[in-house]
Each structure stands twice: as structure tokens, then as C-alpha cells.
Design a protein around this ligand. Sequence first.
Ligand code: ADP
Length: 236
Amino acid sequence: ELEQLKTNFISTISHEFKTPLTSIMMGTSLLNDGTVGRLNTEQGRILISIEEDCCKLSNLVDDLLYMSKIESKDAAYDMKYVSINELVDEATKPFYIQSASKGVSLHVVTPLNLPKVYVDREKIIWVINNLLGNALKYTNNKDEISVGASVQNEKILITISDTGIGIPGDYLEKIFDQFVQVENSDLEIRGTGLGLFIAREIVRSHGGKIWCKSQLDKGSSFTFSLPLNNSTATKI
Ligand code: ADP
């Protein structure tokens, strides 16, 4: 009950934040495009930092809202049989341009004709998007990201690997907890620390697991499993 109260509280607060935040962002955008008068250089500089902070807050509010939706006991899962190849292709598509513009190569190495899996398509796409988004955040020019899938022991395994900055060993379990971020990672590229927590909630709700292997300065590899039989569907 306490957990549910906490989830409802986070959800309410996030909603309350959303409206004024949207209006602040609209205001800064009006000031920025000069509609209401020209700004001098110093004012423009201050406005840019307000916009960046609004953007961070907006991402945090979106993640909090999504987290409370996923954690709510009435969380709705729209379960269907989905082709894994299609799922991976759809989730990867938006990242080709972003990775190319950063000089990072992105490969999908999934065997053809993988079996169908019984999942909530949008939520599993969200998980892959989040892992790819992280891979891109923590890689640099000339690094590589690959997405693979395989079948093992009645499970489908989906892996997103990168050759980026890597994660220290003592963080490998902790990073799946709420708001945990590796301390040394660049403050500029920090997100909200909620992505992996939400990803784990979604994967667990499907009866699967998620884990990470990594070596500092060599890269990271995140894998999640999904059961191939549909027995978990009834539990959702
Ligand atoms: P964030 O929004 O901060 O990325 P996540 O929950 O998705 O939140 O990730 C938690 C932390 O795990 C990140 O802040 C980062 O320190 C670390 N991390 C996640 N993915 C990677 C990766 N591919 N390479 C290096 N560090 C990573």
C-alpha cells in the first residue's frame, strides 16, 4: 500500500510539474526567437541555460510519469505475438542518423526468422530505445554499437553492446536502481538515472531478466531475456 501511495504521489507531482514547465518552455522559446523583442548577448546566454535546465527537468518529469505508469498496479500491458526481427529493426531505426552524426557505427546482427515473442510491443521498444540511447550517450567518435538477438533455452536474448566508456565493476548491479548514475560519468551527458530502472521493471513484468557486463574504457554490453512460452502473459 505504501509503495502504491508513493507511486501515486510521484505521478501527481509529475503531472503538476508538467503544465507550468511547458509554459516556461513556451515562454523561453518566444523570447529566443525574438517574437517579443531582441535580446542582448548576455540575456541570450542566460536564456540558453534556462532552456537547457528546462529540458533536463522535462526529461525527468517524463521519466517519472512513465515510471509511475509502469509501477502502478493497474499498469496496462498490450500483449501480442510480435516478430523479434521487426521489433529490433523498428527500435533501432531512429538511431542510425544520430549515431552517424556522432561518428559511431551502428550494426544490427540478428539472425533472420527469429521466433515470435508474446510482448507489449511499445514497452519492449522503449527498453531497446533506452539501451541504445545510453550506448550512444556513452560512446565517442569511431566507437561501435551493435544489436544482436539469439534464442537460448526457451528464451530470446537481446543484447546491445558498445565500445564506449564502460562501467566500473561495483556499479554493474546498482545502475538498475532508481537514480543511480556512475559518479565519474560526464555531467554534461547525464540523464535522469531512471532509464535502466524502468527497463528492468518492464523486462521483469514480461518474466525476463536484464543484466550488464562491462569493462572500463572497453565498453558495455546489456542483455535482456524474454521467455518464449506465453505463460507469463497471464501474470501481467
Ligand atoms: P541515465 O538517464 O543517467 O542514462 P540510466 O538508468 O539509463 O540513467 O543509466 C544509469 C547510469 O548507468 C548512467 O547514468 C551511466 O552512468 C550508466 N550507464 C548506462 N548505460 C551505460 C553505457 N552504455 N555505458 C556506460 N555507462 C552507462
